[in-house]
Design a protein around this ligand. Structure first.
Ligand SMILES: [Zn+2]
Length: 267
C-alpha cells in the first residue's frame, strides 16, 4: 500500500485521515489508515490545516457557526467596545448563546463598571480577510486528491492509480511539499455562512462543507467544494483555473454543487 502523497509504503500506518478537518464539522468523510501515511497525516495537521484553522477568517467562521474543535471548544473572536474602551473576547456556546468578557490584557474594571450602568451599547467586530492564498491552495489540493482517492477506493486498483499516476504528481507534490508557486483556485461566496437550510427531516441544519468532483467537457478534473458558504474550485490536472471559469460562464454561474441530485448534502 502506497501513500497517495509521498508515495512511500504506508502499510504500517494507523491514523485515519479526515478529508475536511474535524474542527470544520466533518465526522463522516474519513479515509482508512494508509491511504495517507501517518507522516503525511501529521504534516498536514500541523503545517497546513493547523495554521489555516487558526487564521482569523476560520476562527470567525467557526465562532459564528459554533463549530467546535475536536476537543469540543468553539474559538473566540476579539471585539472592541468603544464606550468602555474595552477589548473583549466573544465566545459562543454550542447552544448558540454568546458570552462577552475582557480579553487577556483588557480592563475588567472598566467593563464591569460600564455593565453596571448600561444595558445597551455598540460593539465593533473586525471583518477578517480571507486566509493566506498559498496555504488555502495547498489545503484545497490536499482535499482534491483525497476526494479522488475516496471515490476510487471501491474500484479494483483504484487506490494504486491515485498513488502512482504521473498526471497527479504535480498536485500531490504541491499539497505535500508546497514546492511550486501557489496553485490558482476559484473562490466565490454562495450564501451567508450561518444560513440555515431545511434538512430532509424538516429540521434546519447548516451546510459546513460539501464537495464534488467535476469533469468538464474540456477533460479537466476539478474539485468543487463549499465551506461556510464559500465555493472553492481547484484543478487536479494542473495549475490553471480558466477551464473552470469557462465552465461557470457556460452554466450561467450556477454552482455545480446545486446541480447534484442530493444538493445540500455532501456529495
Ligand atoms: Zn505519506
Amino acid at each position: 500500500m502506497l501513500c497517495i502523497f509521498c508515495q512511500r509504503d504506508s502499510a504500517g500506518s494507523t491514523s485515519v485521515e479526515h478529508i475536511i478537518p474535524e474542527s470544520l464539522g466533518n465526522e463522516d468523510h474519513v479515509l482508512p489508515p494508509g491511504v495517507v501515511c501517518d507522516d503525511c497525516n501529521h504534516y498536514f495537521g500541523s503545517k497546513v490545516e493547523g495554521p489555516l484553522l487558526g487564521s482569523d477568517y476560520f476562527r470567525h467562521a467557526r465562532c459564528w457557526s459554533a463549530t467546535p474543535s475536536k476537543r469540543g471548544r468553539v474559538p473566540g473572536v476579539r471585539a472592541l467596545h468603544p464606550a468602555s474602551k474595552s477589548l473583549l473576547e466573544m465566545v459562543r456556546d454550542l447552544d448558540g448563546s454568546l458570552h462577552l468578557f475582557p480579553a487577556a490584557g483588557g480592563s475588567e474594571h472598566r467593563w464591569a463598571e460600564y455593565l453596571s450602568g448600561n444595558r445597551h451599547g455598540q460593539l465593533y467586530v473586525p471583518v477578517p480577510v480571507p486566509p493566506d492564498h498559498f496555504l488555502m491552495s495547498r489545503f484545497l489540493a490536499k482535499v482534491a486528491l483525497e476526494v479522488l482517492a475516496d471515490r476510487m477506493l471501491p474500484l479494483d486498483g483504484g487506490l494504486e492509480f491515485v498513488a502512482t499516476d504521473g498526471q497527479l504528481d504535480p498536485v500531490r507534490k504541491f499539497a505535500r511539499y508546497g514546492s511550486t508557486q501557489a496553485w490558482p483556485f476559484s473562490r466565490r461566496e454562495l450564501y451567508a455562512p450561518e444560513t440555515a437550510f431545511s434538512g430532509v427531516d424538516g429540521e434546519p441544519y447548516e451546510v459546513l462543507h460539501e464537495f464534488a468532483l467535476l469533469y468538464t467537457g474540456e477533460r479537466e478534473l476539478h474539485l468543487v467544494c463549499a465551506i461556510y458558504g464559500v465555493e472553492y474550485a481547484i484543478n487536479l490536472g494542473g495549475p490553471e483555473i480558466e477551464s473552470y471559469k469557462r465552465w461557470l460562464r457556460q452554466h450561467d454561474g450556477r454552482s455545480f454543487l446545486d446541480m447534484l441530485p442530493s444538493a445540500g448534502l455532501t456529495c
